[in-house]
Ligand binder design. Sequence first.
Ligand code: SD4
Length: 311
Amino acid sequence: MTIISSAFKTKKLETYRDIKIEKPIVISTWNHGLPANKTAWEILGKGGTSLDAVEQGVRITESDPTNGSVGLGGRPDRDGFVTLDACIMNHKNQCGSVAFLQNIENPISVARKVMEDTPHVMLAGEGAYQFAIEKGFPKKNLLTDGAKKDWEEWLKKSKYQPVINIENHDTIGMLALDSLGNLAGACTTSGLAYKIHGRVGDSPIIGAGLFVDNEVGAACATGLGEAVMRIAGSSAVVELMRSGATPEEACKEAVDRIIRKHDSVENLQVGFLALDKNGQYGSYSIHNGFNFALHTSNKEKLIDSKYRHKQ
Ligand code: SD4
């Protein structure tokens, strides 16, 4: 029996009555989600799995050297090292994750190998790198000339202050529902620019940067990972949907929870994105500026997220 909390009971009944299930469908964070979704759609549109779709989709962003927050071309930490976080999750609650991984262009595929070829969920640092090399991933320098130049400029002042919607965005989180009705998700990032060496964000943490429960829905997060981890953000969004919230209501409640736990959110941006079992989607962010890309059989567009505060 589904337990519906009273807070969301009315909405759930209104929203889900006679609903037409929209599938396949893929959504992903930020405007780099458009080309990533296109690749995901090549799989979904032919009846492929949501797991293959999200992996192949986010690899596009990881391999794009012009993107400063994911994979190749990602901004380094304050010591000049590009360190990557990624995770993937399928419709059976199987998941794989890598954290603090260096010199490997496509951490999402390493995360999938962790999920499929090991008894573990998460590998970190040197061990994750060695595992990737053993699995045949090539070693690659991910620090592009442009990112190196920006870092050298930053070093002159070495002032670390995350700036909303500039430093803190670009992580790609992707959620897909395939023609069989199975959900999967992927999340990958180089994390916050100029972070302390060794810092790991929310993106590889199952339940924080990403969570999928095929009975209910899937969610992912972007923005300041520390704030997302403090409320187990993506897990919270999925649990709220389980309690009857629509995807947007669930994202909004998670954002409000973060706001309640901070004295000030002036310089704090977090955005959540969610997709439920019926192909309904929604998002919410603390500040304006967050957007996400949608791809279905007849729609391909960028959607501005709703938000709490206007900057
Ligand atoms: C992190 N959540 O490492 C990531 C950063 C991010 O868009 O989402 N950027 O904290």
